[in-house]
Design a protein around this ligand. Structure first.
Ligand SMILES: C[S@@+](CC[C@H](N)C(=O)[O-])C[C@H]1O[C@@H](n2cnc3c(N)ncnc32)[C@H](O)[C@@H]1O
Length: 433
């Protein structure tokens, strides 16, 4: 039976359950969108993102309101109540509508015996207001391990990082420099009634005052611009790209940086874009096609160089490694539920392994830019330090830039409200023999 027309909150509760079971919002939301009417898609997205963003705060309150946890088989009703609590605490929607529709969603989830409980919990939540937040995990709405790690790593900044993570990130564009100057595109936006300004550090970046659907952006489908955070755009400013170079983007999907590389230097000899994910690699091709750019795509484990390398060294390598993504929590609040403390050590070992392998395919005189969207030094500064300890033909380049914090081995950007995400960059060169 088609589920189209399912109550919005019932669909949102199922999405939240999938996230709790380890699926990311970008994996499960597109499927869930098929279960609701077209006009309910934006509210479904807002409900799921908002509930993830405030999960730890809402869950603290809900647990305190329940005499005992629901059985595992009824867990979806726990998520349904979280979705409703998110609306009660963070939306302008009328309380009676939230209550009625949540009870209706409980029935649609085939849990009619729990409607009384749902109604009682939400009525009490409405009547009594939000209780004082019991602990820091609730107060900052982050998992405790992440909060403690940030406090340890950033004793002066951890609160600002956590607070910024709970805000909405701005929509930032990268103007395709092969097509338009930034000033010309700003004019096009202004003509279209879209308020925007140039980014501070990224030379082709434009930040919108309010997000808009991409199809309202002038010439979007013709490849005039891409959506990309300012910090991510900065990779090309560190690569020292020049015509004739052979360039490798070693962890490329969905291709944001591959395309930025190709746009920032028109006459590169070749750009090879590798990703090990068969699901994600087609996104690189889609982006290349929209922007009318060309790269050689390979699906491979970049670290296994015998599998894919043709023995022709690369002059430039971008190594945008898989990481905890703790610098982009504003854009992906499900990271708070998905990431585990135990993920970080294995990630660090993958990152160091990738760096060691990529060093083998870098030409003498070549440059490698290491990037993460993490704010943990364990994945950033310490990876580079470990690499430099064991590698004597690697030289650190100190970027001459006005952004980020100097971490000895690279530049760390922390997320900034109404501005860029958290990112780390290090630049290494292989001396000529
Ligand atoms: C941070 S994302 C890359 C984002 C991309 N550079 C961009 O700007 O659009 C990391 C990517 O690395 C890929 N990946 C992870 N391990 C890999 C490996 N061993 N070899 C190649 N790709 C890998 C993941 O599939 C993921 O797409």
């Amino acid at each position: 039976m088609s589920q189209l027309g399912q109550p919005l909150r019932a669909v949102a509760a199922r999405v939240m359950q999938s996230v709790e079971n380890g699926q990311s919002l970008s994996q499960c939301l597109p499927h869930a969108m098929g279960d609701v009417a077209d006009n309910e898609r934006p509210p479904l997205q807002a409900l799921c993102y908002g509930t993830c963003r405030w999960f730890h705060r809402l869950d603290g309150e809900l647990q305190a309101r329940l005499n005992k946890p629901l059985r595992k088989s009824n867990r979806v009703v726990h998520h349904l109540m979280l979705v409703a609590l998110f609306q009660l605490r963070f939306s302008q929607q009328a309380t009676y509508a939230i209550l009625n529709e949540t009870v209706e969603a409980c029935r649609a989830l085939d849990k009619p015996h729990l409607t009384g409980l749902v109604n009682g919990v939400l009525r009490a939540a409405e009547r009594e207001g939000e209780p004082p937040l019991a602990d820091e995990a609730g107060r900052f709405s982050h998992p405790l391990w992440m909060l403690e790690k940030l406090r340890h790593n950033w004793p002066h900044d951890w609160q600002a990082i956590l607070e910024t993570n709970n805000t909405q990130a701005p929509m930032t564009l990268r103007v395709n420099a092969l097509r338009f100057s930034r000033d010309d595109y700003l004019q096009l936006l202004s003509d279209a009634g879209i308020d925007a300004k140039a980014t501070l550090f990224a030379p082709h970046g434009i930040q919108l005052t309010a997000p808009v659907p991409v199809d309202l952006l002038p010439w979007f489908s013709e490849g005039a611009v891409s959506v990309q955070d300012e910090a991510a755009q900065l990779c090309t400013t560190l690569m020292d790209l020049a015509p004739g170079q052979r360039v490798l983007d070693a962890c490329a999907a969905p291709g944001g940086k591959t395309c930025a590389i190709l746009e920032s230097c028109g006459e590169l000899e070749e750009v090879v874009a590798i990703d090990e994910s068969a699901d994600r690699l087609p996104r690189v091709q889609e982006n290349l096609e929209r922007l009318d750019l060309m790269a050689t795509l390979k699906q491979a484990d970049a670290a296994d160089i015998d599998q894919w390398w043709d023995r022709k060294p690369f002059d430039r390598i971008l190594l945008d490694v898989p990481c905890s993504a703790t610098g982009v929590i504003r854009r992906h609040p499900d990271i708070k539920l998905l990431r585990r403390e135990s993920d970080i050590v294995p990630l660090a070992s993958i990152q160091l392994g990738l760096l060691e392998s990529m060093w083998q395919v870098l030409a003498p005189g070549g440059r490698l830019v290491y990037a993460t969207c993490s704010v943990f030094p364990q994945e950033n500064h310490r990876i580079i330090r470990r690499f430099l300890k064991q590698q004597d033909n690697a030289a650190l380049v100190e970027p001459d830039v006005l952004w980020g914090r100097d971490m000895e081995t690279g530049r760390q950007m922390l997320p900034v409200p109404e501005s860029h995400d958290g990112f780390f960059y290090a630049v290494l060169e292989k001396p000529e023999p």
